[in-house]
Design a binder for this molecule. Structure first.
Ligand SMILES: *Cc1c(COP(=O)(O)O)cnc(C)c1O
Length: 364
Protein backbone atom coordinates (compact mmCIF):
# COMPACT_ATOMS: atom_id res chain seq x y z
CA UNK A 1 0.00 0.00 0.00
CA UNK A 2 1.16 3.53 -0.76
CA UNK A 3 1.15 6.22 1.88
CA UNK A 4 -0.20 8.99 -0.37
CA UNK A 5 -3.77 8.39 -1.50
CA UNK A 6 -4.14 8.03 -5.28
CA UNK A 7 -6.80 10.02 -7.13
CA UNK A 8 -7.57 8.96 -10.68
CA UNK A 9 -8.98 11.67 -12.97
CA UNK A 10 -9.25 9.49 -16.09
CA UNK A 11 -12.11 10.29 -18.50
CA UNK A 12 -12.78 6.60 -19.02
CA UNK A 13 -12.38 3.82 -18.19
CA UNK A 14 -12.48 5.71 -14.95
CA UNK A 15 -12.35 5.56 -11.19
CA UNK A 16 -14.74 3.19 -9.43
CA UNK A 17 -15.87 3.41 -5.80
CA UNK A 18 -13.23 1.81 -3.59
CA UNK A 19 -15.88 -0.11 -1.61
CA UNK A 20 -17.18 -1.63 -4.84
CA UNK A 21 -13.72 -2.86 -5.83
CA UNK A 22 -13.17 -4.26 -2.36
CA UNK A 23 -16.48 -6.11 -2.42
CA UNK A 24 -15.77 -7.49 -5.89
CA UNK A 25 -12.35 -8.64 -4.69
CA UNK A 26 -13.82 -10.42 -1.69
CA UNK A 27 -16.42 -12.15 -3.89
CA UNK A 28 -14.04 -12.90 -6.76
CA UNK A 29 -13.50 -16.60 -6.12
CA UNK A 30 -16.81 -17.53 -4.52
CA UNK A 31 -19.92 -15.44 -5.04
CA UNK A 32 -22.29 -15.76 -2.06
CA UNK A 33 -21.31 -19.35 -1.34
CA UNK A 34 -22.07 -20.50 -4.88
CA UNK A 35 -18.53 -21.84 -5.26
CA UNK A 36 -18.21 -19.85 -8.50
CA UNK A 37 -16.82 -16.53 -9.60
CA UNK A 38 -19.47 -14.36 -11.29
CA UNK A 39 -17.30 -14.64 -14.40
CA UNK A 40 -17.82 -18.39 -14.46
CA UNK A 41 -21.61 -18.43 -14.11
CA UNK A 42 -24.09 -19.25 -16.83
CA UNK A 43 -26.02 -16.14 -17.73
CA UNK A 44 -29.15 -18.30 -17.59
CA UNK A 45 -28.52 -19.76 -14.14
CA UNK A 46 -30.41 -18.62 -11.02
CA UNK A 47 -27.33 -16.95 -9.51
CA UNK A 48 -26.66 -14.61 -12.40
CA UNK A 49 -30.37 -14.00 -13.07
CA UNK A 50 -30.66 -12.72 -9.49
CA UNK A 51 -27.69 -10.38 -10.03
CA UNK A 52 -29.22 -9.11 -13.28
CA UNK A 53 -32.69 -8.57 -11.83
CA UNK A 54 -31.35 -6.67 -8.82
CA UNK A 55 -29.21 -4.43 -11.06
CA UNK A 56 -32.18 -3.56 -13.29
CA UNK A 57 -34.45 -2.92 -10.29
CA UNK A 58 -31.87 -0.70 -8.58
CA UNK A 59 -31.21 1.30 -11.74
CA UNK A 60 -34.95 1.73 -12.28
CA UNK A 61 -35.26 3.07 -8.75
CA UNK A 62 -32.19 5.36 -8.97
CA UNK A 63 -33.31 7.03 -12.20
CA UNK A 64 -37.02 6.72 -11.51
CA UNK A 65 -37.45 4.98 -14.89
CA UNK A 66 -41.16 4.87 -15.82
CA UNK A 67 -42.77 1.43 -16.34
CA UNK A 68 -43.17 1.97 -20.11
CA UNK A 69 -39.40 2.09 -20.59
CA UNK A 70 -37.15 -0.95 -21.08
CA UNK A 71 -33.68 -1.14 -19.59
CA UNK A 72 -31.29 -2.99 -21.91
CA UNK A 73 -27.73 -4.12 -21.29
CA UNK A 74 -25.84 -4.26 -24.57
CA UNK A 75 -22.29 -4.36 -25.90
CA UNK A 76 -20.58 -2.17 -28.48
CA UNK A 77 -20.16 1.00 -26.44
CA UNK A 78 -21.33 4.50 -27.21
CA UNK A 79 -19.87 4.31 -30.68
CA UNK A 80 -21.79 1.10 -31.31
CA UNK A 81 -25.01 2.91 -30.44
CA UNK A 82 -24.18 5.54 -33.04
CA UNK A 83 -25.13 2.86 -35.59
CA UNK A 84 -27.55 0.87 -33.44
CA UNK A 85 -29.79 3.90 -32.77
CA UNK A 86 -30.45 4.80 -36.44
CA UNK A 87 -30.80 1.11 -37.31
CA UNK A 88 -33.57 0.89 -34.71
CA UNK A 89 -35.31 4.22 -35.26
CA UNK A 90 -34.89 5.34 -38.87
CA UNK A 91 -37.84 3.10 -39.79
CA UNK A 92 -40.18 5.52 -38.01
CA UNK A 93 -40.39 7.48 -41.28
CA UNK A 94 -40.51 6.81 -45.02
CA UNK A 95 -37.02 6.11 -46.37
CA UNK A 96 -34.72 7.83 -46.43
CA UNK A 97 -35.58 9.28 -43.03
CA UNK A 98 -34.07 12.48 -41.67
CA UNK A 99 -32.40 12.63 -38.28
CA UNK A 100 -31.78 15.93 -36.49
CA UNK A 101 -28.52 16.47 -34.63
CA UNK A 102 -27.19 19.22 -32.42
CA UNK A 103 -23.43 19.34 -32.85
CA UNK A 104 -21.93 20.37 -29.51
CA UNK A 105 -18.55 18.62 -29.63
CA UNK A 106 -16.52 15.56 -30.48
CA UNK A 107 -19.05 12.91 -29.50
CA UNK A 108 -22.14 14.35 -31.18
CA UNK A 109 -19.86 14.90 -34.19
CA UNK A 110 -19.02 11.20 -34.33
CA UNK A 111 -22.67 10.29 -33.88
CA UNK A 112 -23.91 12.37 -36.79
CA UNK A 113 -21.17 11.09 -39.08
CA UNK A 114 -22.11 7.48 -38.38
CA UNK A 115 -25.87 8.10 -38.72
CA UNK A 116 -25.31 9.51 -42.21
CA UNK A 117 -24.68 5.93 -43.35
CA UNK A 118 -28.33 5.07 -42.59
CA UNK A 119 -30.32 8.26 -43.02
CA UNK A 120 -30.24 11.90 -44.04
CA UNK A 121 -28.61 13.96 -41.36
CA UNK A 122 -29.72 17.49 -40.56
CA UNK A 123 -27.38 19.45 -38.33
CA UNK A 124 -30.01 21.59 -36.63
CA UNK A 125 -27.36 23.65 -34.84
CA UNK A 126 -23.61 23.54 -34.40
CA UNK A 127 -21.26 25.05 -31.86
CA UNK A 128 -18.28 24.38 -34.09
CA UNK A 129 -17.72 28.06 -34.94
CA UNK A 130 -17.30 28.98 -31.28
CA UNK A 131 -14.91 26.06 -30.68
CA UNK A 132 -17.54 23.98 -28.87
CA UNK A 133 -17.71 26.20 -25.82
CA UNK A 134 -21.50 26.36 -25.40
CA UNK A 135 -24.75 24.63 -26.31
CA UNK A 136 -26.39 26.69 -29.08
CA UNK A 137 -29.60 28.26 -27.70
CA UNK A 138 -32.61 26.22 -28.70
CA UNK A 139 -34.23 29.22 -30.40
CA UNK A 140 -31.49 28.98 -33.07
CA UNK A 141 -32.04 25.27 -33.85
CA UNK A 142 -33.42 24.43 -37.30
CA UNK A 143 -35.36 21.27 -36.54
CA UNK A 144 -36.98 19.05 -39.17
CA UNK A 145 -40.77 18.75 -38.88
CA UNK A 146 -40.91 14.98 -39.30
CA UNK A 147 -37.45 13.90 -38.14
CA UNK A 148 -37.17 10.24 -37.11
CA UNK A 149 -35.61 11.58 -33.90
CA UNK A 150 -33.40 14.30 -32.45
CA UNK A 151 -29.95 13.24 -31.22
CA UNK A 152 -28.11 15.21 -28.55
CA UNK A 153 -25.04 14.47 -26.44
CA UNK A 154 -25.99 15.86 -23.04
CA UNK A 155 -22.41 15.90 -21.76
CA UNK A 156 -19.53 16.31 -24.20
CA UNK A 157 -16.74 14.42 -22.47
CA UNK A 158 -13.86 15.92 -24.47
CA UNK A 159 -15.09 19.51 -24.75
CA UNK A 160 -16.49 19.72 -21.23
CA UNK A 161 -19.89 21.06 -22.31
CA UNK A 162 -23.04 19.94 -20.50
CA UNK A 163 -26.70 20.68 -21.23
CA UNK A 164 -28.53 22.55 -18.49
CA UNK A 165 -31.94 22.11 -20.16
CA UNK A 166 -34.04 19.48 -21.91
CA UNK A 167 -34.94 20.55 -25.47
CA UNK A 168 -38.59 21.23 -26.32
CA UNK A 169 -39.59 19.12 -29.29
CA UNK A 170 -42.83 18.11 -30.97
CA UNK A 171 -44.43 15.08 -29.33
CA UNK A 172 -43.79 12.89 -32.36
CA UNK A 173 -40.01 13.47 -32.43
CA UNK A 174 -38.30 11.50 -29.66
CA UNK A 175 -35.10 12.82 -28.13
CA UNK A 176 -32.18 10.38 -28.14
CA UNK A 177 -29.57 11.37 -25.58
CA UNK A 178 -26.00 10.12 -25.33
CA UNK A 179 -25.47 10.40 -21.57
CA UNK A 180 -22.33 8.26 -21.47
CA UNK A 181 -20.30 10.57 -19.28
CA UNK A 182 -22.88 12.02 -16.89
CA UNK A 183 -25.62 9.48 -16.38
CA UNK A 184 -26.43 9.06 -12.67
CA UNK A 185 -24.58 12.30 -11.84
CA UNK A 186 -27.73 14.45 -11.72
CA UNK A 187 -31.47 14.00 -11.48
CA UNK A 188 -33.11 13.56 -14.88
CA UNK A 189 -36.71 13.18 -16.03
CA UNK A 190 -36.49 10.02 -18.15
CA UNK A 191 -39.98 10.62 -19.56
CA UNK A 192 -38.67 13.63 -21.53
CA UNK A 193 -36.47 11.32 -23.62
CA UNK A 194 -37.28 8.53 -26.08
CA UNK A 195 -33.92 6.83 -25.71
CA UNK A 196 -31.03 7.30 -23.30
CA UNK A 197 -27.79 5.44 -23.85
CA UNK A 198 -24.48 5.33 -22.03
CA UNK A 199 -21.26 3.38 -22.23
CA UNK A 200 -20.63 2.08 -18.72
CA UNK A 201 -16.96 2.97 -18.37
CA UNK A 202 -17.45 6.59 -17.35
CA UNK A 203 -19.96 6.70 -14.52
CA UNK A 204 -21.40 3.19 -14.21
CA UNK A 205 -18.79 0.44 -14.20
CA UNK A 206 -16.30 -1.39 -16.40
CA UNK A 207 -15.95 -1.05 -20.16
CA UNK A 208 -17.82 -3.60 -22.26
CA UNK A 209 -21.33 -2.77 -21.05
CA UNK A 210 -23.65 -0.27 -22.73
CA UNK A 211 -26.84 0.81 -21.04
CA UNK A 212 -29.89 1.63 -23.15
CA UNK A 213 -33.17 2.96 -21.73
CA UNK A 214 -35.84 2.98 -24.43
CA UNK A 215 -39.55 3.85 -24.49
CA UNK A 216 -41.55 0.78 -25.48
CA UNK A 217 -43.26 2.27 -28.52
CA UNK A 218 -39.81 2.91 -30.04
CA UNK A 219 -39.02 -0.80 -30.24
CA UNK A 220 -41.10 -1.21 -33.39
CA UNK A 221 -39.22 0.80 -36.01
CA UNK A 222 -36.00 -1.02 -36.86
CA UNK A 223 -34.71 -1.09 -40.42
CA UNK A 224 -34.76 -4.60 -41.94
CA UNK A 225 -30.95 -4.60 -42.06
CA UNK A 226 -30.64 -4.10 -38.28
CA UNK A 227 -28.56 -7.02 -36.87
CA UNK A 228 -30.65 -9.24 -34.57
CA UNK A 229 -28.22 -8.91 -31.66
CA UNK A 230 -28.58 -5.11 -31.87
CA UNK A 231 -32.35 -5.07 -32.45
CA UNK A 232 -33.70 -3.46 -29.28
CA UNK A 233 -37.03 -5.29 -29.51
CA UNK A 234 -35.29 -8.65 -29.73
CA UNK A 235 -32.92 -7.72 -26.92
CA UNK A 236 -35.85 -6.51 -24.77
CA UNK A 237 -37.89 -9.66 -25.39
CA UNK A 238 -34.93 -11.72 -24.18
CA UNK A 239 -34.25 -9.54 -21.10
CA UNK A 240 -30.84 -8.58 -22.55
CA UNK A 241 -29.94 -12.26 -22.97
CA UNK A 242 -30.56 -12.82 -26.66
CA UNK A 243 -26.85 -13.35 -26.81
CA UNK A 244 -24.49 -13.60 -23.86
CA UNK A 245 -24.44 -10.23 -22.11
CA UNK A 246 -21.26 -8.83 -20.49
CA UNK A 247 -22.03 -10.63 -17.24
CA UNK A 248 -19.14 -9.47 -15.08
CA UNK A 249 -19.59 -5.85 -16.15
CA UNK A 250 -23.29 -6.08 -15.25
CA UNK A 251 -22.35 -7.47 -11.83
CA UNK A 252 -19.96 -4.56 -11.14
CA UNK A 253 -22.55 -2.06 -12.42
CA UNK A 254 -25.00 -3.63 -9.97
CA UNK A 255 -22.55 -3.10 -7.12
CA UNK A 256 -22.18 0.54 -8.20
CA UNK A 257 -25.98 0.99 -8.24
CA UNK A 258 -26.15 -0.46 -4.73
CA UNK A 259 -23.34 1.89 -3.63
CA UNK A 260 -25.21 4.85 -5.13
CA UNK A 261 -28.31 3.95 -3.16
CA UNK A 262 -26.25 3.86 0.02
CA UNK A 263 -24.84 7.32 -0.84
CA UNK A 264 -28.39 8.67 -0.81
CA UNK A 265 -29.21 8.17 -4.50
CA UNK A 266 -28.83 10.44 -7.51
CA UNK A 267 -30.13 13.64 -5.85
CA UNK A 268 -27.50 13.34 -3.11
CA UNK A 269 -24.79 12.61 -5.68
CA UNK A 270 -25.87 15.67 -7.65
CA UNK A 271 -25.37 17.92 -4.62
CA UNK A 272 -21.88 16.51 -4.11
CA UNK A 273 -21.08 16.89 -7.80
CA UNK A 274 -22.18 20.54 -7.75
CA UNK A 275 -19.86 21.18 -4.82
CA UNK A 276 -16.92 19.32 -6.40
CA UNK A 277 -17.30 21.21 -9.68
CA UNK A 278 -17.61 24.55 -7.87
CA UNK A 279 -14.36 23.96 -6.00
CA UNK A 280 -12.43 23.02 -9.13
CA UNK A 281 -13.73 25.78 -11.44
CA UNK A 282 -13.13 28.34 -8.71
CA UNK A 283 -9.46 27.36 -8.56
CA UNK A 284 -9.17 27.46 -12.36
CA UNK A 285 -10.82 30.90 -12.52
CA UNK A 286 -8.80 32.45 -9.67
CA UNK A 287 -6.48 34.20 -12.13
CA UNK A 288 -5.33 33.64 -15.70
CA UNK A 289 -2.71 30.99 -14.90
CA UNK A 290 -5.27 28.34 -15.97
CA UNK A 291 -8.04 28.63 -18.47
CA UNK A 292 -11.34 26.82 -19.09
CA UNK A 293 -12.99 28.18 -22.24
CA UNK A 294 -16.54 26.89 -21.78
CA UNK A 295 -19.37 29.37 -21.13
CA UNK A 296 -20.09 29.18 -17.40
CA UNK A 297 -23.69 27.99 -17.68
CA UNK A 298 -22.65 25.03 -19.86
CA UNK A 299 -19.57 23.91 -17.97
CA UNK A 300 -19.61 20.19 -17.32
CA UNK A 301 -19.76 18.99 -13.74
CA UNK A 302 -18.08 15.76 -14.77
CA UNK A 303 -15.32 16.59 -17.27
CA UNK A 304 -13.27 19.71 -16.71
CA UNK A 305 -10.82 20.50 -19.52
CA UNK A 306 -8.34 23.28 -18.89
CA UNK A 307 -5.18 24.79 -20.32
CA UNK A 308 -2.09 26.24 -18.72
CA UNK A 309 -1.51 29.77 -19.96
CA UNK A 310 2.11 28.79 -20.50
CA UNK A 311 1.80 25.46 -22.28
CA UNK A 312 5.55 24.88 -22.09
CA UNK A 313 4.87 23.93 -18.45
CA UNK A 314 2.53 21.06 -19.38
CA UNK A 315 4.99 18.22 -18.80
CA UNK A 316 6.18 19.71 -15.53
CA UNK A 317 2.57 20.11 -14.40
CA UNK A 318 1.73 16.48 -15.17
CA UNK A 319 4.90 15.13 -13.55
CA UNK A 320 4.24 17.12 -10.37
CA UNK A 321 0.64 15.92 -10.31
CA UNK A 322 1.72 12.31 -10.68
CA UNK A 323 4.23 12.68 -7.86
CA UNK A 324 1.31 13.74 -5.65
CA UNK A 325 -0.85 10.77 -6.66
CA UNK A 326 -3.04 12.82 -9.04
CA UNK A 327 -3.26 10.58 -12.09
CA UNK A 328 -4.40 10.78 -15.73
CA UNK A 329 -4.85 14.54 -16.00
CA UNK A 330 -3.58 14.82 -19.56
CA UNK A 331 -6.21 16.24 -21.94
CA UNK A 332 -7.64 14.34 -24.90
CA UNK A 333 -5.16 14.24 -27.78
CA UNK A 334 -7.59 16.05 -30.10
CA UNK A 335 -7.74 19.18 -27.91
CA UNK A 336 -4.54 19.02 -25.84
CA UNK A 337 -4.18 20.69 -22.46
CA UNK A 338 -5.45 19.03 -19.31
CA UNK A 339 -8.68 17.38 -18.26
CA UNK A 340 -9.92 16.39 -14.84
CA UNK A 341 -12.85 13.99 -14.87
CA UNK A 342 -14.62 14.08 -11.52
CA UNK A 343 -17.26 11.37 -11.81
CA UNK A 344 -19.49 10.14 -8.97
CA UNK A 345 -16.75 7.88 -7.64
CA UNK A 346 -14.26 10.76 -7.26
CA UNK A 347 -14.42 11.81 -3.60
CA UNK A 348 -14.33 15.49 -2.69
CA UNK A 349 -10.92 14.83 -1.07
CA UNK A 350 -9.59 14.07 -4.55
CA UNK A 351 -10.88 17.36 -5.92
CA UNK A 352 -9.47 19.20 -2.91
CA UNK A 353 -6.07 17.56 -3.47
CA UNK A 354 -6.15 18.69 -7.10
CA UNK A 355 -7.19 22.22 -6.10
CA UNK A 356 -4.31 22.39 -3.60
CA UNK A 357 -1.91 21.32 -6.32
CA UNK A 358 -3.34 23.83 -8.84
CA UNK A 359 -2.80 26.62 -6.32
CA UNK A 360 0.69 25.45 -5.41
CA UNK A 361 1.78 25.06 -9.06
CA UNK A 362 0.46 28.53 -9.89
CA UNK A 363 2.52 29.88 -6.98
CA UNK A 364 -0.51 31.23 -5.13
C1 LIG B 1 -16.78 7.66 -24.15
C2 LIG B 1 -17.95 8.18 -24.90
C3 LIG B 1 -18.45 7.51 -26.03
C4 LIG B 1 -17.77 6.32 -26.66
O1 LIG B 1 -17.86 5.19 -25.94
P1 LIG B 1 -17.18 3.83 -26.45
O2 LIG B 1 -17.60 2.91 -25.38
O3 LIG B 1 -15.71 4.06 -26.52
O4 LIG B 1 -17.76 3.50 -27.77
C5 LIG B 1 -19.58 8.02 -26.64
N1 LIG B 1 -20.18 9.14 -26.19
C6 LIG B 1 -19.71 9.81 -25.12
C7 LIG B 1 -20.41 11.05 -24.66
C8 LIG B 1 -18.59 9.36 -24.44
O5 LIG B 1 -18.12 10.02 -23.37
Amino acid sequence: MTATPIFNFSAGPAVLPREVLQQAASEMLDWHGSGMSVMEMSHRGPEFISIYKQAVADLRELLNVPPNYKILFQQGGGLGQNAIVPLNLAGRRAQPATIDFVHTGSWSGKSLKEAARYANVNVAASAKDNGFTAVPPQASWKLTQDAAYLHICTNETIDGVEYNFVPEVSADVPIVADMSSHILSRVIDVSRYGVIFAGAQKNIGPAGLTLVIVREDLLEHALPICPSAFHWKTVAEHESMYNTPPTYAIYIAGLVFDWLKRQGGVAAMEQRNIEKARLLYEALDADDFYQNRVAKEYRSRMNVPFYLRDESLNEQFLAGAKARGLLQLKGHKSVGGMRASIYNAMPIEGVQALVDYLNEFAGR
